[in-house]
Design a protein around this ligand. Structure first.
Ligand code: FAD
Length: 277
């Protein structure tokens, strides 16, 4: 069975990048995504790029989700930006704490994403569908897996409608997280975040930063390919397509792809699943 899909992009820095990204989006729109989302730099660093890309997606006739991070923000600026998003016709937010680059300090009026979710609900009622992040392999700053699960529960109880996971390559971690959430009485859809593998150095860098585990056998195989990008991509396709097949067979509600602003790797996985031509 084909699952609902969503695709994540990040705002580009140059006009040439924006042109390329438009073409990538068109290739992915052929898969009829439920929505496309655009990341938001913590501290508002990508405000214009993020809101601009969201505007474009809406103008292209596709539902857009705007990521929105609260670290370092004040209630007044969040209120103003929520008004801006509402006026743009945005109906879906991915509400996050975010990570400030080192040297920024923390500051701001929000400590955690749950504070942002509660604020959005208090300010805008049911105007937005609110997605939140969750971490089957545990957020790197969490005191413990249990504390991280409770942090997720706090976001759901504050009003989140659904969740997207950090990427992972061990479906067992995802199922365990879903079971643990259900045991707490949380029935929110928990959508696996899928990271296609196209480069081993990039994947290892991201994974170290965000606490996503690359199983030893995958890491060693990737390292063994050295600079042979064709083999990395072919192996990555096998691994990620097999992961998606298992998630699909096990009853995942949808798949959210971290496209990295590229269409080929995501489409490769969807073709392998028999969902794309
Ligand atoms: P929170 O849910 O607030 O959790 C942060 C940490 O605090 C966790 O360790 C949690 O266990 C802990 N915690 C939460 N509540 C409490 C509490 N009451 N007491 C003690 N500890 C607590 N980052 C960006 O900057 N821009 C993006 O666009 C972006 N998009 C993302 C999309 C997805 C799907 C995912 C999975 C992540 C994304 N991120 C993005 C990264 C995210 O901002 C970081 O992972 C960040 O470190 C945590 O954000 P959060 O919303 O999960 O925070």
């Amino acid at each position: 069975m084909r699952l609902p899909l969503s695709f994540e992009f990040f705002p580009t820095k140059t006009p040439e990048g924006a042109v390329k990204l438009r073409a990538v989006r068109q290739q992915l729109y052929a898969q009829s995504p439920e929505f496309c989302s655009v990341t938001y730099g913590a501290g508002g660093s990508t405000h214009d790029g993020t809101f601009g890309a969201v505007r474009e997606i809406l103008a292209e006739g596709v539902a857009a989700a705007c990521h929105f991070s609260c670290i370092g923000a004040t209630k007044a600026t969040v209120r103003e930006q929520l008004g801006e998003l509402k006026a743009m016709g945005v109906k879906r937010l991915v509400a996050l704490r975010g990570d400030l680059p080192s040297g920024y300090g923390v500051g701001g009026e929000f400590l955690y994403a749950s504070d942002l979710v509660a604020f959005i609900r208090a300010e805008t009622g049911r105007d937005f569908h609110i997605e939140v992040a969750c971490y089957p392999e545990v957020h790197p700053q969490a005191r413990s897996p249990e504390a991280d699960l409770q942090a997720f529960a706090a976001k759901v109880r504050a009003g989140a409608d659904s969740a997207i996971t950090q990427y992972f390559f061990s479906p067992e971690a995802y199922w365990r997280f879903v079971d643990d959430a259900r045991a707490l009485g949380l029935d929110t859809p928990i959508v696996p975040g899928i990271m296609p593998i196209t480069s081993s150095t990039q994947l290892m860098r991201f994974s170290d930063a965000c606490g996503a585990e690359i199983p030893r056998w995958i890491r060693l195989r990737l390292q063994g390919f050295g600079d042979d990008t064709a083999s990395i991509k072919a192996f990555g396709l096998d691994v990620v397509a097999a992961l998606c097949e298992r998630l699909c067979a096990g009853g995942a509600p949808a798949l959210h792809f971290y496209t990295m602003n590229q269409s080929v790797a995501t489409l490769g996985v969807l073709q392998r699943l028999g969902w794309a031509e």
